[in-house]
Design a protein around this ligand. Structure first.
Ligand code: ARG
Length: 466
């Protein structure tokens, strides 16, 4: 039986069931790098402040570096009896360097230590995710550039509504991903705040220098209140919320890709590399990747709810409940990172079927609003024009005709101010071209928006055009 670092107060041993129930080593071993970096920074601070001898601090640093090498070489024994990664590393350090190892934990607690480990871990993951989102945006921008002139129906209520450019549709997702990345970037300032020096909850009697520790780890700021420093998990809630929003955005696109790749729509074909077959139906090509992205969005939203519930009733300061933050966090990081990367790869190879999109432009009276706008230019009040066009559509539908297949005489029965130039307004190309209002779907607006995104993403619009 290993001697617990906190064993002094205890005469009896911990029950095996309690060890199994309380240990976090199986998952928090993922934080070993951060834990060692934090301990090295702490040891240097202790030496510099004269809290321990400088030579002792150097011994601690060397020992910790060796432990990192042992873990990376797969030679480290993760003994579950040691509860968590912090105790596993400290115990090994004492075994390696002897008495001086017992000084490392001076002026700190696992409470401030774990909070800093997690912040360090998450700050690095957030930076990786910001770059992954930029890659995703690049894939979306290239897709928009490749299909700049394609028109398809835009939908509301999943009913055909008005014609739009396909590039405009993809650039809508670009806006979501831009905000997603911005939110992550903004949160870094709140993440990179070191809680080390709060100790258990109340600060410490030693003359520590928390800013020196923070500086070594690349964190510009330190905590302002020791109780808050060890019990705050806002930074995780914020990240889980950001992650849930990213997943929801990807889920909406997934839903569209699933619909669009069905025989009913046929607007796109999923790349073979991103689709799977059926074990019984030989003809099937299933959209499992977008389906799983959609499905996993529920699990990430669940992690946010879970941690909110964990934190909501906690009295100050640290409570062991907070250990429950880690599995939710790690699973969220893995899931979001994978979903963003998979969607990037899928978009890079997505096959667009312009002929199917063109076919869907018929039959939905997509330019009915244009006809109403046309009548407004002839002096008809919009609400009146709306009614006249509604009647015209009803008539066309009964005849099994498109609006542009009606004769001017037929149309005039309902819209007396219509003239021959109306037919120009009924063409889908012209409908799109006329929507030049800011942020609209007219080709000029979409080109501007695409170029703006390409510049933001370091893609050269001129190269892309060739
Ligand atoms: N494994 C713990 C966690 O993740 C570390 C902090 C434990 N602190 C304590 N006083 N038991 O939250």
């Amino acid at each position: 039986m290993v001697q617990k670092p906190w064993g002094g107060r205890f005469a009896g041993e911990t029950a095996k069931t309690v060890e199994d129930f309380t240990t976090s080593l199986s998952f928090d071993r993922r934080l070993y790098r951060q834990d060692i970096a934090v301990s090295i920074a702490h040891a240097r601070m202790l030496g510099r402040q004269g809290i321990i001898a400088p030579a002792g601090a150097e011994e601690l640093v060397r020992g910790l570096e060796e432990i990192r090498a042992e873990i990376e070489a797969g030679e480290f024994d993760f003994d579950p009896a040691l509860e968590d990664i912090h105790m596993a590393i400290e115990t090994r350090l004492i075994a390696k360097v002897g008495e001086v190892g017992r000084k490392l934990h001076t002026a700190r607690s696992r409470n401030d230590q774990v909070a800093l480990d997690v912040r360090l871990y998450l700050a690095a993951e957030v930076e990786i995710l910001i770059e992954a989102l930029a890659e995703l945006r690049r894939a979306g921008a290239r897709l928009a550039r490749r299909h700049l002139d394609i028109i398809l129906p835009g939908y509301t209520h999943l009913q055909r509504a008005q014609p739009i450019l396909l590039a405009h549709h993809f650039l809508a997702y670009d806006e979501m991903w831009r905000r997603d990345a911005l939110r992550l970037t903004e949160s870094l300032a709140r993440l990179k705040v070191s809680p080390l020096g709060a100790a258990a909850l109340a600060g410490t009697t030693f003359p520590i220098d928390p800013q020196f520790t923070a500086d070594q780890l690349g964190f510009p700021e330190v905590f302002r209140n020791s109780l808050d420093a060890v019990s705050d998990r806002d930074f995780l809630l914020e990240f889980l919320a950001q992650a849930a929003i990213i997943m929801v955005h990807l889920s909406r696109l997934s839903e569209e890709l699933i619909l669009w790749s069905s025989a009913e729509f046929g607007f796109v074909a999923l790349p073979d590399a991103y689709a799977t077959g059926s074990s019984i139906m030989p003809q099937k090509k299933n959209p499992d990747v977008p389906e799983l992205i959609r499905g996993k969005s529920g699990r990430v939203a669940g992690h946010l709810m879970g941690l909110l519930m964990t934190v909501k009733g906690l009295p100050l300061a640290y409570n062991r409940d907070l250990q429950e933050d880690k599995e939710a966090l790690f699973d969220t990081v893995d899931t979001v990172q994978a979903a963003v990367t998979l969607m990037t790869g899928l978009l890079e190879q997505l096959e667009v079927r312009p002929e199917k999109m063109a076919a869907a432009l018929k039959g939905g009276f997509l330019t009915a609003t244009d006809m109403a706008d046309y009548l407004v230019t002839k002096g008809v009040a919009f609400r009146t024009a709306h009614e006249q066009v509604g009647q015209t559509v009803r008539h066309a539908e009964a005849q099994g005709k498109e609006l542009w297949e009606l004769s001017l005489e037929e149309i005039r029965e309902f819209a007396p101010l219509a003239q021959a130039d109306l037919f120009d307004w009924l063409k889908v190309e012209n409908s799109v071209a006329r929507r030049q209002s800011p942020g609209g779907t007219a080709p000029e607006r979409v080109r501007e928006a695409l170029e703006r995104a390409e510049v933001e993403l370091g893609l050269n619009p001129y190269e892309q055009k060739m």
